[in-house]
Design a protein around this ligand. Structure first.
Ligand SMILES: Nc1ncnc2c1ncn2[C@@H]1O[C@H](COP(=O)(O)OP(=O)(O)OP(=O)(O)O)[C@@H](O)[C@H]1O
Ligand SMILES: [Mg+2]
Length: 303
């Protein structure tokens, strides 16, 4: 059973094709990640599905029932964490959850609010004002708020953007727990690590289109290259002339996509010796979603 089905979704803003014919399914109980760079159309896509924006064209189905309008029945089944959530700075964490429950028209007991605060590990902040929360705590509050109506489907728009690695891992753990509880989750991200860690299925989006989709393994296997040799050198240009498949990453590292690692390492070291170039920090790694994106678009996920 698909929790969400989208067919030929389209939304143009003047000349900008924000969403340009997007189709996909989100199977019930799965975590699906919409992965793409800034401006790819992720937020527009999810906000249309949530009923927060009008579509120009296309069809949306919730639990295989066509939803021409996102009505009360649908709304009672979905939870939404927006890319930016505005809270009242002078309310406490407890009061904020209570307020949002009121907005959703759901009756909550003290114990419900406590359960939510526990889930996102904010129980000790119950009486703290929102303005005193850290970025990670705010993101977790936004997560708690999206859960006040105990939704079957959860939309998370960049749930960890701007968080440090530890805060990010904490949010990941909460998302994994929500998945364990059987929730269906559609999340957007431009972190490939996030998609790799959480998603059963990844939709890679760019310029309003889904350019690839599948499990992380399927997407990675779609690249022929076996591995990547990464290294640094101060003579990148000379080496690039000699080895045309050599790429420069945004971190000034050089990357060589290879099939036979051993043979390629020899070739590389010999070339370096021959040209009297020193190379450093050699790392051999398997392909990841970043490589998939690069292969498809010629660009990096992060600009
Ligand atoms: N309300 C709007 N009016 C005009 N253009 C818009 C509007 N909303 C989005 N766009 C444009 O549509 C495109 C897609 O934007 P969207 O916010 O969906 O991207 P995104 O993938 O969520 O990006 P990000 O990772 O930065 O959040 C962008 O070019 C954006 O400028
Ligand atoms: Mg966005």
């Amino acid at each position: 059973m698909n929790a969400i089905t989208v067919r030929n979704l389209r939304k143009y803003y003047g000349a900008t094709k924000a969403v340009d014919g997007v189709s996909f399914d989100v199977p019930q109980g799965e975590v699906v990640a919409l992965l793409g760079p800034n401006g790819a159309g992720k937020t527009t896509t999810v906000e249309i599905i949530e009923g927060l924006r009008e579509k120009d064209d296309g069809e949306i189905f919730y639990f295989e029932k066509k939803a021409d309008h996102i009505d009360k029945t649908v709304k009672s089944q979905i939870g939404v964490q927006l890319q930016k959530t505005a809270f009242f700075e002078y309310l406490t964490v407890y009061e904020t959850i209570e307020l949002f429950a009121g907005l959703y028209n759901v009756k909550v007991q003290k114990s419900d609010i406590e359960r939510l605060m526990n889930l996102v590990a904010l129980q000790e902040k119950a009486k703290s004002r929102v303005r005193t929360l850290s970025g990670g705590q705010l993101q977790r509050l936004a997560l708690a708020v999206s859960l006040v109506n105990d939704p079957k489907i959860l939309f998370l728009d960049e749930p960890t953007t701007g968080l440090d690695p530890q805060a990010r891992r904490h949010v990941w753990e909460i998302i994994e727990q929500l998945k364990q509880e059987g929730k269906t989750i559609l999340l957007t991200t431009h972190y490939m690590e996030e998609a790799e860690k959480l998603a059963d299925r990844v939709l890679i989006m760019d310029h309003g289109k889904i350019i690839a989709s599948g499990t992380v393994q399927e997407l990675i296997r779609s690249i022929d290259m076996e591995s990547y040799i990464e290294f640094t050198t101060d003579k990148a240009q000379i080496l690039q002339k000699e080895i045309p498949s050599l790429r420069v990453t945004d971190h000034e590292k050089l990357v060589l996509p290879v099939i036979d690692v051993e043979e390629s390492i020899h070739m590389l070291l010999n070339k370096a010796k021959e040209l009297a170039i020193s190379i450093d920090n050699i790392v051999i790694r398997r392909p990841n979603l970043e490589d998939v994106f690069l292969n498809l678009t010629g660009r990096s996920l992060r600009d």
